[in-house]
Design a protein around this ligand. Structure first.
Ligand SMILES: [Zn+2]
Length: 348
């Protein structure tokens, strides 16, 4: 068992069979990592403090549900807290991406109170039409990038994700206090209605701050409420808060949120500078993306864009486009023209 000091509060941290308990005063938080697909793990957290609250609800896959039930059995057996899905009073969703709420379509969650920021409820209430719109936006992105990619079976979530039925959706706003006084911070950028939730000395980070990787950037032109500038502002805001223990929705616990924010900001500034370097001559988004990752293969675990799956290639285009929009906004880059629908860029 480890003791962590956050301001004047002492938390204990104890891990058994992959489940980690954080305890202070009468509050218990359990981290339950569940596998959504492949190697994609979402951390679900249970808060027990008179009320029982779940933070994020992964995907509704058999493996994810098995991992959640096994985790709850461990909490019962090893930590002596009798809790099952039926006992959960509240579910707080950090943002509208399906690997954070997909499990709500499982009957076990019927009738639950679900809290999500007002700008992200569309992902859950209108998943079908959001998918159609995003398909259209991805198609234009590929065309203007000057790339020829197939649009078949895009992000094959069909059959895994459906809109939650029979949950009571409660829309959140910045600064609101919910449940036992938990505080909502609206931190847009990765998604329009992304939130962090402060519970005493702990900050649930969602995808805003991860311990190892940086979350995908979606260009603001593709979805209002996204974009690198909003994201970096959100990052700095959370980095400037008092010290908290950071509990992210993927990867490992963050013991110094402000240090991790400094690293993540530096990562994006370096990427911005690299992109300026790549764009000394006029180039398309495809060329910029391809050349950037050739320059920094370490950011793709040593791979190049050609090695990626089609879905990953689309995400790479979105990531680089989000950085280009930031540079254009700051007058470091310009659109030099459009040739057969392909947009050309150059650094200024
Ligand atoms: Zn996520």
């Amino acid at each position: 068992m480890a003791i962590i000091r956050i301001r004047d509060i002492e938390l204990s941290e104890r891990e058994v069979n992959g489940i980690t308990e954080y305890a202070w005063e009468a509050v218990r938080v359990y981290k339950i990592p569940v596998e959504c697909y492949g190697e994609h793990i979402t951390n679900m957290y249970l808060i027990i403090d008179g009320e029982i609250t779940l933070i994020d609800a992964a995907l509704n896959t058999e493996q994810a549900m098995t991992d959640l039930l096994t985790g709850m059995a461990t909490i019962n057996r090893e930590f002596g807290i009798r809790v099952g899905i039926a006992d959960i009073n509240h579910v707080v969703i950090t943002h509208g991406h399906a690997d954070h709420w997909g499990m709500l379509s499982n009957d076990k969650f019927r009738g639950k109170k679900v809290y999500v920021h007002e700008f992200d409820t569309m992902f859950m209430k209108d998943f079908g039409s959001m998918r159609v719109n995003s398909r259209g936006r991805i198609n234009s992105l590929i065309e203007e990038a000057g790339w020829n990619l197939s649009m078949d079976n895009l992000f094959s979530l069909d059959g895994i994700v459906s809109e939650p039925q029979g949950c009571e959706l409660i829309e959140l706003k910045e600064g609101q206090r919910i449940i036992n006084g938990y505080e909502v911070y609206h931190v847009p950028g990765h998604s329009p209605g992304h939130i962090c939730l402060k519970v005493g000395p702990v900050l649930f980070l969602g995808d805003l701050i991860l311990s190892k990787t940086t979350p995908l950037q979606i260009p603001g032109s593709m979805l209002e409420g996204c974009g690198l500038r909003l994201y970096l502002n959100s990052l700095r805001r959370v980095g400037g808060l008092d010290r908290h223990l950071g509990l992210p929705a993927h990867e490992a616990t963050i013991y110094s949120v402000s240090d991790r924010v400094v690293e993540m900001e530096a990562f994006h500034y370096k990427r911005l500078l690299d992109i300026i370097g790549v764009c000394a001559q006029e180039k398309s988004l495809f060329q910029i993306t391809d050349e950037y990752y050739q320059l920094r293969p370490e950011t793709l675990n040593g791979r190049t864009v050609a090695d990626l799956s089609r879905d990953e290639q689309i995400l790479a285009l979105e990531e680089i486009k989000a950085h280009i929009e930031y540079l254009i906004d700051d007058d470091h880059m310009t659109i030099t023209g459009v040739e057969n629908g392909v947009v050309m860029y150059r650094a200024k």
